[in-house]
Design a protein around this ligand. Structure first.
Ligand code: NAD
Length: 329
């Protein structure tokens, strides 16, 4: 049968993306919810036909361990809460999907990975683009050297506007970098198939200094890849952008927009890409359910999330000091 998923945190992403996606999945379904807001519990209960016994709040959350309907806990809370709820879910004997960024520090990531390992449960990060055909095509074109050896990558992701906990440093861990810049880090890693050796970074100017008093409003950074490829990256809360471009010896391949829930467009020096449209989140959750059932690894494990957290913190160090910061292996 299908595996049961419980969503923890019923904010925008759960409501607008994950719950609808769970109506298109084949190997898992929305079995439960965890929310601190009784009105949301009531609304979701009716809308998705969720039994009362599968509805939890943050105080009762740990008793989810006694509920055989829930196989997977999906943590969709503000970033600073990911570590605590992932560890508690693992201790309750559940497999875990945790949203990006995995956590704020590498030490937290280590605790999350250890808790899941100790419980004998799997951990994956909500990296939906690993299931998106246009992004997978970028990986394939690089891997097969269709346009020769890579020379340069450009990755930019941003939007004009944000709100709430995302500009509260304690809850978010930073500004656009861990929120949307993380997609650029991911894109450089999966397109090159390599890990960055070092980074340089520069904070951008702020249009609204008061609103962005705790976090950067934008930044640019460079990632030095083994073999000499340089990735030029940019992320912002004050500018719309979505680009992944690879330049190689014999041509280019790029996505613009690259990182959204849908609407990817791709072009190469030989013409436009024409690939199927998918529900990324449905594929992502089904793949995790299948990994659990077949006892095979997930392509988006905790270790991948941990590496991104390590890179994010190196970029912040480079941004603060103005220095080139090496990324320890
Ligand atoms: P949101 O603000 O819409 O929702 C956050 C939820 O957490 C709300 O329901 C809120 O009530 C709850 N919450 C519990 N304790 C809280 C506290 N102390 N402070 C603030 N809120 C608290 O945010 P969102 O956009 O749904 O993002 C949630 C997570 O999902 C984030 O980690 C984000 O990075 C991630 N996300 C991922 C994607 C993706 O494409 N993979 C897209 C959007 C968000």
């Amino acid at each position: 049968g299908k595996l049961g998923i419980a969503l923890v945190g019923l904010g925008k992403y759960s409501e607008e993306q994950l719950a609808p996606a769970l109506e298109e999945t084949n190997q898992c379904y929305l079995a439960g919810i965890v929310t601190g807001t009784p009105e949301k519990a009531e609304k979701w209960k009716t809308k998705y036909d969720i039994p009362e016994k599968n509805i939890y709040n943050y105080e009762t959350f740990d008793t989810i361990k006694d509920n055989p309907d829930i196989d997977i806990v999906y943590v969709v809370l503000p970033n600073s809460m990911h570590a605590e709820y992932t560890v508690r879910a693992a201790k309750a004997g559940k497999h875990v999907i945790c949203e990006k960024p995995m956590a704020l520090t590498v030490a937290e990531c280590d605790q999350m990975i250890a808790a899941c390992k100790e419980a004998g449960k799997m951990l994956s990060i909500g990296y939906r683009l690993h299931f998106e055909p246009y992004n997978l095509e970028m990986v394939r074109l690089a891997e097969t050297k269709t346009f020769g050896n890579l020379k340069k990558i450009k990755a930019e992701n941003g939007m004009n506007g944000t709100e709430g906990w995302r500009v509260d440093k304690e809850l978010s861990g930073g500004g656009p970098l861990p929120d949307v810049g993380i997609y650029c880090i991911q894109a450089v890693r999966y397109t090159t198939g390599q890990e960055p050796l070092a980074v340089r970074a520069k904070e951008g100017p702020k249009k609204d200094k008061e609103f962005f008093k705790e976090v950067e409003a934008s930044l640019t950074w460079e990632m030095e890849m083994p073999g000499g490829v340089i990735a030029e990256c940019k992320s912002s809360y004050e500018e719309d952008m979505s680009l992944l471009r690879a330049e190689a010896d014999k041509g280019f391949f790029e996505l613009k927009p690259a990182y959204g829930y849908s609407g990817q467009k791709g072009e190469t020096s030989q013409g436009k890409m024409d690939l199927p449209k998918v529900n990324q989140q449905a594929l992502q959750m089904d793949d995790f359910a299948e990994a659990i059932t077949k006892k095979r690894p997930t392509p988006v494990p905790g270790e991948m999330g941990r590496q991104d957290v390590k890179i994010i913190n190196a970029i912040y160090e480079a941004m603060k000091t103005g220095k080139r910061v090496e990324i320890p292996a």
